[in-house]
Each structure stands twice: as structure tokens, then as C-alpha cells.
Design a protein around this ligand. Structure first.
Ligand code: BGC
Length: 745
């Protein structure tokens, strides 16, 4: 038996400590900060008023002008965040019809967060950066780090879950990886864009403590640690002011407190008036006169708030060029970091290394939620037993439906997408026969923004007929694998709207219940970026969270189901039993209250800091699947946690099963007694460890004051109150294995 030792280092200077991931420096060829500042000032001096105005707003749907006279090329950006979106026409949302813009789809960011592996987030960013370079894109509109406050949010799949610490640790390496290729990250949507319904009218009402403890940390980490070169203002309002030109969020917090030196980009159509845009920190205006997604007024660019109206106001003496120069400085800095960097590496599109990266991320992010023993054999249902299996029945629309098309601005045009059914067929070729039954009909359209899947999913049979067919086939199968969940259509996991209900759509509950009673080896694979109600969970022996995992979906899911890969993902959000178990819904604090004029809807975050497991802990609720939960095909045993003389916390973890596997060891901190109400516990460290059968590892977490602090909104700073604390070591937020008490003097 071997024992290795892993030390989690923390950086005292930071508000949030680092996990084991060693922060990466920008490659030397890109790091020429001093030189850049000289060039910025030099270029600024040479630019005319017209040239300055031209670089602070868009010139097409996804580009802004450079300064040709000075040799500065146009600047191209694109969505984001899971692959490089196909090109649309210059001034319309229709497809440009290029033949070289079929990209690779990486797993959606919920899946990335579920890996709990910062190294893999770096790989994600790097690979995406190479795809962007090939496609001539200088900035990717992503990653998104809005917090999972309600499972109805149509865009949760694009974000990194409910916990500010986890999201922070995962966003930093994504940004670093992407920017290591000379492609800017544009972190979005800053801030408080936590649901989609009425996103342009929502005025978020939130206390300062909640803002700083829950909703800002991931943005702050992306800026202060990841050194993101751009950030996108959100559509919604905060303190009655639109976030794309919000005095507090942009001027005060982002630029003054966090010392952000990059560019604030508006969300598409998120700018609303010139004065605020000039004064309140917006640097680049995009997408005005569009809804950001589909329609757009033709050639409106000269009328943008930061275009002619701004120039006119300067000429009339309303503004000096002070603000303009500051915006242009930032834009020039962005140019020198990207388009003007002659040392940018080469790009690759759809390379084998990118497919491999996508598959690796997917395999590490898939979460095995439940895997009961079969009564007959006393062994868990999964993985599929390759020695005995003869017939597998695959059921469900999501086994065949392409998921990379749809969902809003993150929709892609992929070179290939392997469906779960094809993935299983390929893997089980020569091993077992794989049959298919549709089971349910969801959305058969398969089109977004002019990209079509080319799939014909039309099926006019009734739910009863579809269920009857599946059940009949299930009876003779060794395994029934149901691929259900949500999809990327409107009111599902899709931008622009939220889900209307927590329940699974399309009569899937009936289907799953019928299949589970027809076949004891029924497995439900949920494809979604959100938790869904599973009233039948106790009747289904195995449940897998399969996310939206892009091009390699089928390959990765098959390798998990047959056990080629041992599942190692853990949930980045709490999966509650019903909507009422989420604070925002329990307190009726979503979607808010319309004002009399029906123009603004005030959404008060009444649950405050108690989001996700913080709410479940406070209310003593038992989630269906807890934050941080995820099973493996092997088992792990935790030793006793121990406090070392230097204050570090040490715990040993051993693989007690017969397969190699990875465990994510989680550190939660509990403030035993405090002057303010605090969460029962908060995630402050984690480490993913890979262990061979019988192997054990010592994981050491060092503790610093930042991990013990709360945000004192009377002082406007983080405070660690002396007193008693506990370090809780767990395999999930609901599975605490051991704890150690300690005092902060
Ligand atoms: C979305 C952004 C996206 C932009 C450009 C907006 O509607 O909110 O996330 O980057 O469109 O497509």
C-alpha cells in the first residue's frame, strides 16, 4: 500500500484561498505589461476623436473597428462559452454560411464545475482558445459565473453552480488557459443576472453582505486572480441602474476596488443611455437595438449610445475627452494583448487533442447520483456488466437528440456530436445488442439561428403508445438506460426565459415509473444543466447526471456506463426534492414584483446569503442529492481529521474498493459562534485525488483568515471574528466524515 501527501496551499493575500491548483503565469511571449502601457499611450496620442469614438462600439454583430491608419486591426469576438459560435452575417443574425466554422462543442460549464478539477478547467480554456484563434476570434464571450439561485434559471447550464468558492476556483484556470493563447476571456454576466425571465427589467434588491459573499466572489477571482481582460455587464438592474452602466458595480467595485484594467463590454442590447454609459464605466458597446439573440435593427452602429450621440456631446462640451480616453486606453490594452500580439500561437480547429480534452472533461464531470445494489445479485446496477450483458434497451429522445443546437447564444454548429445511443452502440458492438425506443416526444424542431440539426425527430404517437412500446421492449432487456431530462428549447435550459416548472416535461415521470417497474435494471441518465423533480427516485436503482456535454457526449456517457471511466464528478449545486426547498422559492422571492408602471420588476433576494446548501442546512432540509455529492464505482474511507502544529488540517483518504478512482475531498468551515447569523458551514477548500485500489493519500488543507471571514457591510470589509471554528471534512455537503475544532485568537 502506498501513501502520498497532497498539500493545498493558500494565498494569504487573496480574499479566497487557492485549492491545490498552482496558478499559472501568463506565458512569457504574452506577458509584456510594461511595453504594452507604452504602446497604449503612444497610440492614444495619435488617434483622432473619430478614431477614438469608433473603437468603443461595435461595427457589426460581433466585431468592432480597429484603427487602420495606425495598423490596428478590427477586433472580433464571439460566443462562448462552450465552443466558438458559427459566424453570422455582418449586420444580421442569419448564418454567414461559412464552410470552415464548424467547431467542437466542449461540455457546458455546469459539467466543468462538476469535475471539481481546476487543472481540467485550464485545459478547457486552452483548447477553446486554440479553436478561437483558428476562427480568427480575439475574445470569447464567456465564461459565465452567475450563481445558481433557482433551478428554474434557463441559463444555469452556462454557469458554474451555487457555490462562490467552487465557481471561483474553476473560473480562474479557465480564464488563464484561454488567455494563455492570446484570446481574451469576457467573464459574464456581471452581476446578479441569476434568472432569465424579464432579464431586461429585473431590478435586483440584495444586501451588501449577500452581494459580496455570494454573488461577487467568482467575478472577483476571475478579475483579480485570473486577470481576465474583459467582463460583460448584465442586462438586469441593480439599485435601479442598468448593470452595463452601473456606477457601483463598474466604477466602484470593479475598477476602483478590484483594480480591473480591462474592458467592460455591454451585453448585446444592454446599453440604455449615453450619459450613464460615458460616466459609469462602460468601455465597449455591443448589440444595441437588438434583443441580443435574434432580431436587430439594420446598420444602427452610428446611432449607438457611444457612437454619434457621444461624439456630439463631446463637441457640444457636455463631456471632455477624459472618459473617452480612459475607455480607449482600455480598448487599446485589449488590442495589444490580443490582435496586436505578434507572438500569439497558432490555432487549431476540431483537432484530435481537442476531442480528447472534451471527452476527458465530460468523463470527469458526469455525476453518478445513485447506484443501488440489485436485490438479485447484491451488486450495484452500474457499471453495465460486460461479461453477462446481451441486450440493452436505450429509451428517450435525449438519447438521440443533438443538444449543441439551441439554448440561445451558446448554440453551436458542430463538426460532430456523438449521441448517447451511438456512443453505446459503438462501445457495445460485438458485446451486446442495443435496441432503442423513443419513450417520449419533446421538442423536434432542431434549429437555432439558422443552424439546423438535420435530424427528423417527428413522431406522432401518443404518450401512452410510446410508453407501451418502451415497456414491452424493456421486459426482455438486461439493462434499460433512459436518457431524459430537459433540452435546449425555449422554457427549458435556454436563454431568454426560465423553466416554468421543476418537473420533468413530456410525461417522462410516467415513462420512468413504468420502465422501473418493468425492469429492475433501469438506469435514468438526466441530460440537463439543472436539477429536476424526481418523484420516482426511490424506485429507480441508478441515476446519472449527464449534463450537456457536447461533441463527445455519447462516447463519454458510454464509457461511464460500462465502467471504462470511473465516475468522479460531484454536483456543483444542491438538488432539492421540490422547488419550495430552494430559498428563493420558499420565500416567494422569485421572479419579483412588478412596479405599477409595469416597466421594472423588483426581485428581492430575501433568502440573503442562504443559497443552495446554506439554505438546506439552515432549514434542516435533506436534499435529494446534496451539493458536492457524487458516487464512484469504488469506495473511499476517510481517516480522522487532525490539526497539525502549524494549524493545517490533515486527513487521510483510502481507496477501499477494487477499482482505481478519484474522490473529491471537501473542506467546509463552520463558525461556531458569531455575532452575525452565518451559514452552518461553507466550502473553503477541496482536492480531487486519484487513488489505486488500496492506495491512500494524506490531504492537507492550510487555513487562513480569509476562509473564516464574513463580509461586514457596516465596514465594507471582510472580517474574521476571533472564537471557535470547526473544519469539517466531507464527501459532500450532507456527508461530513470528520471534523476538528480550532480557535482563532
Ligand atoms: C447574451 C450574451 C451573449 C450575447 C452575444 C446575449 O443575448 O446574454 O451572453 O454573449 O448575447 O451573443
Amino acid at each position: 500500500m502506498t501513501t502520498k501527501k497532497i498539500i493545498i496551499t493558500t494565498a494569504l493575500a487573496l480574499a479566497l484561498p487557492l485549492a491545490a491548483y498552482a496558478q499559472k503565469e501568463l506565458p512569457a511571449y504574452l506577458d509584456d505589461t510594461k511595453e504594452i502601457e507604452v504602446r497604449v499611450e503612444d497610440a492614444l496620442k495619435r488617434m483622432t476623436l473619430d478614431e477614438k469614438i469608433r473603437v468603443v462600439h461595435a461595427q457589426s454583430k460581433f466585431s468592432s473597428a480597429g484603427v487602420p491608419r495606425l495598423g490596428l486591426p478590427d477586433f472580433w469576438t464571439d460566443d462562448g462559452p462552450h465552443g466558438v459560435r458559427p459566424d453570422v452575417l455582418w449586420d444580421e443574425w442569419e448564418q454567414a454560411g461559412q464552410t470552415n466554422d464548424s467547431c467542437l462543442a466542449f461540455p457546458a460549464l455546469t459539467c466543468l464545475a462538476a469535475t471539481w478539477n481546476p487543472e481540467i478547467a485550464y485545459l478547457y480554456g486552452e483548447s477553446l482558445g486554440e479553436e478561437a484563434l483558428y476562427r480568427g476570434k480575439d475574445m470569447i464571450l464567456g465564461p459565465g459565473v452567475n450563481i445558481y439561485r433557482t433551478p428554474l434559471n434557463g441559463r444555469n447550464f452556462e454557469y458554474m453552480g451555487e457555490d462562490p468558492y467552487l465557481a471561483s476556483r474553476m473560473v480562474v484556470p479557465y480564464v488563464e488557459g484561454l488567455q494563455s493563447k492570446g484570446v481574451a476571456a469576457c467573464v459574464k454576466h456581471y452581476a446578479l443576472n441569476n434568472d432569465e425571465e424579464y432579464r431586461n427589467q429585473v431590478n435586483v434588491v440584495v444586501d451588501d453582505r449577500t452581494l459580496h459573499e455570494i454573488y461577487l466572489p467568482a467575478f472577483k477571482a476571475a478579475i483579480t486572480e485570473g486577470k481576465a481582460w474583459a467582463i460583460m455587464g448584465a442586462y438586469n438592474l441593480y439599485k435601479n441602474q442598468h448593470n452595463c452602466h452601473n456606477e457601483i458595480l463598474l466604477n466602484k467595485i470593479l475598477k476602483q476596488d478590484w483594480k480591473f484594467d480591462g474592458v467592460v463590454v455591454s451585453d448585446w442590447g444592454g446599453t440604455h443611455n449615453t450619459d450613464e454609459a460615458v460616466m459609469n464605466g462602460l468601455d465597449m458597446e455591443f448589440g444595441s437595438w437588438t434583443n441580443g439573440l435574434s432580431w436587430g435593427a439594420s446598420n444602427a452602429y452610428d446611432n449607438y449610445y457611444l457612437a454619434n450621440p457621444y461624439k456630439k456631446a463631446i463637441k457640444e462640451g457636455k463631456f471632455t475627452t477624459k472618459e473617452l480616453d480612459e475607455k480607449v486606453r482600455r480598448v487599446l490594452r485589449l488590442f495589444f494583448r490580443t490582435t496586436m500580439n505578434r507572438n500569439r500561437p497558432a490555432g487549431f480547429l476540431c483537432s484530435e487533442s481537442h476531442y480528447e480534452a472534451a471527452r476527458k472533461i465530460a468523463e470527469e464531470g458526469v455525476v453518478l447520483l445513485k447506484n443501488d445494489n440489485l436485490r438479485s445479485t447484491k451488486t450495484p446496477v452500474l457499471p453495465i456488466d460486460l461479461k453477462s450483458v446481451k441486450r440493452v434497451l436505450v429509451v428517450g429522445e435525449n438519447a438521440v437528440k443533438m443538444m449543441t443546437v439551441g439554448g440561445g447564444s451558446s448554440s453551436l454548429k458542430v463538426q460532430r456530436e456523438i449521441s448517447p445511443l451511438d456512443g453505446l452502440r459503438t462501445r457495445l458492438k460485438g458485446v451486446a445488442e442495443v435496441d432503442y425506443a423513443r419513450g417520449y416526444v419533446g421538442d423536434v424542431t432542431g434549429e437555432y439561428n439558422g443552424v439546423t440539426t438535420g435530424q427528423n425527430l417527428k413522431d406522432d404517437r401518443s404518450a401512452d403508445e410510446l410508453i407501451a412500446e418502451a415497456v414491452a421492449k424493456a421486459k426482455g432487456a438486461d439493462y434499460v438506460i433512459v436518457f431524459g431530462g430537459l433540452n435546449k428549447s425555449d422554457y427549458q435550459d435556454c436563454e431568454g426565459h426560465d423553466r416554468k416548472e421543476f418537473a420533468l416535461p413530456y410525461a417522462q415521470d410516467r415513462l420512468v415509473e413504468a420502465l422501473a417497474s418493468a425492469n429492475a435494471r433501469t438506469v435514468f441518465v438526466n441530460i440537463s444543466g439543472n436539477a429536476v423533480a424526481m418523484p420516482w427516485a426511490s424506485q429507480v436503482p441508478a441515476i446519472v447526471q449527464g449534463w450537456f456535454i457536447g461533441s463527445e457526449a455519447g462516447t463519454a456517457l458510454a464509457s461511464i456506463l460500462v465502467g471504462d471511466a470511473n465516475p468522479s464528478g460531484k454536483l456543483p449545486f444542491s438538488w432539492m426534492n421540490s422547488l419550495n426547498e430552494y430559498g428563493a422559492h420558499a420565500l416567494n422571492a422569485y421572479p419579483g414584483t412588478w412596479r405599477e408602471d409595469k416597466k421594472i420588476i423588483d426581485e428581492e433576494y430575501k433568502e440573503g446569503i442562504f443559497v443552495g446548501y446554506r439554505w438546506a442546512d439552515k432549514e434542516k432540509l435533506k436534499p435529494l442529492f446534496a451539493f458536492g455529492h457524487g458516487l464512484s464505482y469504488t469506495t473511499f474511507e476517510y481517516g480522522k481529521a487532525e490539526r497539525l502544529p502549524n494549524g493545517d488540517i490533515k486527513v487521510s483518504v483510502r481507496n477501499t474498493g477494487s477499482r482505481a478512482g478519484a474522490e473529491i475531498v471537501q473542506l467546509y468551515i463552520r463558525d461556531v459562534k458569531s455575532s452575525l447569523p452565518r451559514p452552518v458551514k461553507e466550502l473553503k477548500g477541496f482536492k480531487k485525488v486519484w487513488l489505486q485500489p488500496g492506495e491512500s493519500v494524506e490531504v492537507v488543507f492550510s487555513i487562513d483568515n480569509s476562509m473564516l471571514s464574513y463580509y461586514d457591510d457596516t465596514k465594507g470589509e471582510w472580517v474574521a471574528e476571533p472564537g471557535q471554528f470547526e473544519a469539517l471534512i466531507g464527501a459532500s455537503a450532507s456527508d461530513i466524515k470528520c471534523k476538528v475544532a480550532f480557535d482563532l485568537k
